[in-house]
Write a protein that binds this ligand. Structure first.
Ligand SMILES: [Zn+2]
Length: 497
């Protein structure tokens, strides 16, 4: 939520809480929820006022992306009091009311800011309509600075009479680096682990996070082609096609079983909510749910949480390997929302969108640059080196052209082309210049990959005229790993596709 200009990173530590601390924190989170809801309601009311004002209506008619339009919108917002500071002004009343006994002024201001940002994202159609938070749904509060309100002093969280120690791992370079940096502000997060509330402190530190020595940053350009379930990675040294999160076992069966159990329990708890034919009566709510039901529900959320944590670890390992290949990463900017609509199940399981945002953050922290270009201008999956543009149906996984290029696995080819994109345009001359010798290597890599994945291989590849692996500098996954071990002196415990 911070909009500071200096880089920052987060260090999270578990809090060592007593039952009394936990009770107090839960009360404060609930009070914070009420303040947030009140501010959100006010901000939404002000938004309605803005949208019905004449200033707003004239602003809509002005030419897009013009300064006049932007200024007109800002003026309309100001007139109706839809700004961060006027919401702070509105939230002032809460620190004088009984809510002020639980929360300090800074935390209340930050809650007002949070609701304002949610409404602004909604107003600019960058997000859906923000929802009011129900009891038990509010999981975090944060301060404004490390000088008053929620603060961190001498390994301890302090907040309005509360003093809670955090578990600081000894001799952990990541944590000790974070603790040596200036702390911008402090956040408290509640998580439900195994059905129990656990509390964590997040220190938002200034600077860049600690880089483990085994995670080196390579030199050169890496082209990526990200799909719903696979990513093609091509650099000077390597070409590989990997499935996201291959080690992640789908838990669909257990999830489905728990969902069915929940449905049975819900029906048994409140039979009055259902008609004779088993359908839900409209307008009914789930009240007075049994403890067994709540237990099943926490079991299900624990399953989802574990899966998400494992997915994040696997993404992180793959990103470290990509960053070891080069420090300039080029890829198409794709709409992950569209991917979700089109390939819902696979995207939910493998999380390509999450992978990209994780990559963006890690690349910035390691000092690498990431260039995302517009796929509508480059059309990498359709173009060929000879200039021909032909769209391929989704099931056609090969690029081969009359000009003699290919057959090459299409994702590998687009990832290779991505390396030559400059400012949203494919530099064909540069790509042509680099092409000699690459054809055979890419074909060899395509063949290796397809065979390893057990996929269809065109017969021209099966004959294997391109198996010039002696001169091939494209590395297989095993070779890639030995390269890492050589350069790093450490074994990397991941196996790719
Ligand atoms: Zn061609």
């Amino acid at each position: 939520m911070s909009r500071a200009t200096t880089p920052s990173f987060v260090c999270e530590l578990p809090l060592i809480t007593t039952p009394a601390d936990e009770r107090k924190l839960l009360v404060r989170l609930d009070v914070a929820r009420m303040v947030y809801n009140a501010c959100l309601g006010e901000a939404l009311r002000r938004l309605t006022r803005v949208r019905s004002s004449t200033e707003y209506k004239t602003a809509v008619g002005l030419p897009r992306r013009s300064l006049a339009r932007r200024t007109a919108f800002r003026n309309a917002d100001q007139r109706s009091g839809l700004s961060e500071y006027s919401l702070h002004e509105y939230a002032k009343q809460f620190s004088h009311a009984w809510l002020g006994q639980h929360l300090d002024v800074n935390t209340i201001q930050k809650l007002a800011t949070r609701s304002f940002l949610a409404v602004r994202r909604y107003a600019c159609s960058k997000a859906g309509k923000p929802r009011f938070k129900g009891k038990g749904w509010f999981d975090s509060v944060e301060g404004k600075s490390n000088t008053q309100g929620i603060i961190w002093r001498n390994g301890m969280l302090k907040w309005k009479g509360l003093k809670i120690r955090a578990a600081i791992p000894v001799r952990d370079p990541v944590v000790s680096h974070a603790l040596s940096c200036r702390i911008k502000f402090v956040r408290i997060v509640r998580r439900k682990l195994n059905g129990r509330d656990r509390f964590f402190v997040q220190l938002v530190c200034e600077g860049r996070p600690y880089q483990k020595p085994k995670h080196i940053l390579g030199q050169g350009v890496v082209g990526l082609d990200v799909g719903p379930s696979m990513v093609a990675i091509v650099s000077d040294q390597a070409a590989s096609l990997r499935r996201f999160c291959d080690e992640l076992k789908p838990k669909q069966k257990s999830v489905r079983r728990l969902e069915r159990k929940l449905d049975r329990q819900r029906r048994a708890n409140i039979p009055g909510n259902y008609d004779d034919n088993g359908t839900r009566k409209p307008g009914t709510t789930d009240r007075h749910l049994s403890n067994r039901y709540l237990h099943t529900r926490s079991e299900l959320s624990e399953l989802h949480r574990k899966e998400a944590a494992h997915r994040k670890t696997l993404h992180g390992a793959m990103i470290n390997q990509i960053l070891a290949l080069g420090n300039v990463i080029k890829l198409e900017r794709i709409s992950y929302h569209w991917l979700q609509l089109r390939f819902g199940k696979s995207v939910r399981h493998r999380g390509p969108g999450l992978f990209i945002s994780h990559l963006r953050r890690k690349a910035a922290n390691a000092g690498a640059t990431m260039e995302e270009f517009d796929p509508r201008l480059t059309r990498l999956s359709q173009v060929c080196l000879c200039g021909a543009i032909r769209s391929k149906p989704l099931e056609l996984r090969w690029h081969s052209c009359e000009c003699g290029v290919g057959p090459i696995q299409r994702d590998l080819f687009s990832a290779w082309l991505a390396r030559f994109v400059v400012k949203n345009h494919l530099d064909v001359d540069q790509a042509k210049g680099a092409w000699s010798g690459v054809d055979a290597r890419l074909r060899a890599a395509s063949r290796e990959i397809q065979l390893a994945m057990g996929l269809y291989c065109p017969p021209t590849l099966e004959r294997g005229q391109s198996q010039s692996s002696a001169q091939s500098v494209w590395l297989s996954d095993e070779a890639l790993e030995s390269l890492f071990q050589e350069r790093v002196g450490l074994a990397i415990g991941t196996s790719g596709a």
